[in-house]
Design a protein around this ligand. Structure first.
Ligand code: SAJ
Length: 456
């Protein structure tokens, strides 16, 4: 099948890179977003997202004459839906007393409804938004069929998950293998033909529900494995072991690859998608459910580490070498303490603050009585309710009692403790992401506490 014109619904982290990539590969693309500010920003030649290379790509797309943005759809050969599927803010599901989060499918529903008046015989519709299994056949298909046309007969319908890693989206979009699941084999073939315009990785055809499940399985696997690493960090502290050393040694085994512990799992994918399985089958998903809860609880563990750092300082110790020291850290140690938190993004070297575990740590510290100032170099004007952002690094650290590293941004990993001495009164540092070298920091005169390490 040949596609001359494509409508991309949703111009966010996935929609905009995908739309521009199609445009620079010769397809005429209309990018549609319900947010007029985003459309205006793009029409003025700016972008609203930080992603390496995206600014250049979008301007090439615009210069090619193939890309335009609008709040209104038009007829096209293909429609691609890339809108968010977050979870519901105020409603939880429950199974045997265990609460779980529910997918909020309103954006997918209204994007699909918006296509109906423009749908024509021979069109292709692709859903890319990560969605609970069976969304394509049970939600999207019936809505599109309100047009009077039949999916798989009059028009093609596919699910194709995006699998790109924020920070490397442009490269992975082209190079990663692409799974295209059709409601019929012909639909999958049509999806294949669309993506082959730019995908260099393999394009594999399957059915729509398998493609949906593949995507959630990928992110669930990562979530469960991170939960395991986070649990190892807790165990290592209990047993007086440095988890980072232990992980690097375990990973010498040819079939073991343990991920990194940290302040928790954030972002709009890995902390959300596993709930789609739990929602679909709560009685079949105890492991997935518990892993989610382990990761959601990890910010509390970081807060305990901070409390411990202050109480150890009071006791005149270096890193607590016995588990009891940890338990002795009282809830009062945070009151009145000034903490400079470095990083607010959900992970290293991105500017995305959504579902950020760093923000959760900051909120918990504040709840505990600490005054926290945050410096996020990739989003200096970021605005999260109740969180005090510094205007620069020096202001954040100047009057701090402790410096807490929450995100492993490259520029934070490069910080020289020696150079900090004259800029801050803090002599306690807490590293939740294993970016700083203990010897180096202690040589400079700091007490460095690392998550997952109580080794003296
Ligand atoms: N994290 C850890 N330890 C690790 C790795 C990550 O604590 O060892 C944390 C990160 O700091 C972050 C969270 O997990 O808070 C998620 O980060 P990530 O880099 O694992 O993943 P995302 O959410 O940026 O992107 C994922 C990717 N999925 C997989 O790697 C299986 C990406 O390929 C997907 O396209 C994306 O989700 C998505 O859109 O679903």
């Amino acid at each position: 099948m040949n596609f001359r014109k494509l409508c991309v619904l949703g111009l966010g982290y996935i929609g905009l890179p995908t739309a521009s990539t199609f445009a620079v590969n010769g397809i005429q693309v209309l990018g549609v977003d319900i947010n007029p500010d985003i459309v205006e920003t793009l029409q003025n030649g700016n972008i609203h997202i930080h992603e390496p290379g995206l600014r250049d790509l979008v301007s090439h797309a615009i210069q090619s004459g193939n890309f335009s943005a609008s709040t209104q759809l038009e007829e096209a050969d293909a429609f691609l839906i890339a809108v968010p599927t977050p979870f519901k803010e105020h409603k939880l599901g429950e199974h045997n007393g265990q609460k779980y989060k529910l997918a909020d499918m309103r954006a997918v529903t209204s994007a699909t409804e918006a296509i109906v008046p423009f749908l024509r015989k021979g069109n292709l519709v692709v859903l890319e938004s990560t969605s609970p299994p069976r969304t394509t056949v049970d939600l999207v298909k019936p809505i599109l069929e309100r047009s009077g046309l039949k999916a798989g007969v009059d028009f093609h319908l596919c699910y194709s998950p995006e699998r790109v890693l924020p920070g490397q989206i442009l490269r992975e979009l082209v190079e990663n293998a692409r799974v295209v699941g059709g409601v019929t084999p012909e639909s999958a073939r049509a999806g294949h033909d669309l993506y082959k315009n730019f995908v260099k990785g393999k394009i594999i055809e399957t059915d729509a529900t398998t493609a949906e499940m593949v995507k959630i399985m990928e992110n669930t696997t990562r979530d469960v494995n991170i939960a395991l690493a986070n649990e190892f960090s807790r165990l290592a502290e209990r047993f007086g072991v440095d988890v980072w050393e232990a992980i690097s040694l375990a990973n010498l085994h040819p079939r073991i690859h343990i991920l990194n512990p940290g302040p928790g799992v954030g972002g709009h994918c890995i902390s959300v998608d596993p709930w789609f399985f739990v929602e679909g089958a709560p009685e079949l998903t105890p492991l997935i459910y518990n892993a989610r809860n382990v990761n959601d609880a990890q910010p509390h563990f970081v807060v305990e580490k901070v409390k411990q750092a202050f109480s150890v300082q009071t006791a005149g110790l270096r890193e607590a070498s016995h588990p009891d020291d940890r338990q002795n850290a009282t809830g009062n140690t945070l009151i009145g303490k000034r903490i400079a938190a470095l990083g607010l993004a959900y992970k290293a070297d991105v500017d995305d603050l959504r579902e950020s575990p760093a923000a959760e740590v900051v909120r918990l510290l504040q709840k505990g009585g600490a005054q926290v100032i945050v410096w996020e170099p990739l989003k200096p004007n970021g605005n999260l309710e109740g969180i005090h952002m510094a205007s620069n690094f020096d202001t954040a650290i100047r009057k701090a009692d402790a410096i807490l590293l929450l995100v492993r941004h490259t520029e934070f990993a490069k910080i020289s403790p020696q150079a900090l001495l004259s800029k801050t009164k803090a002599r306690i540092a807490i590293d939740a992401v294993n970016a700083w070298n203990k010897n180096e920091w202690e040589k400079a005169g700091f007490l460095l506490h690392r998550l997952g390490a109580n080794k003296s």
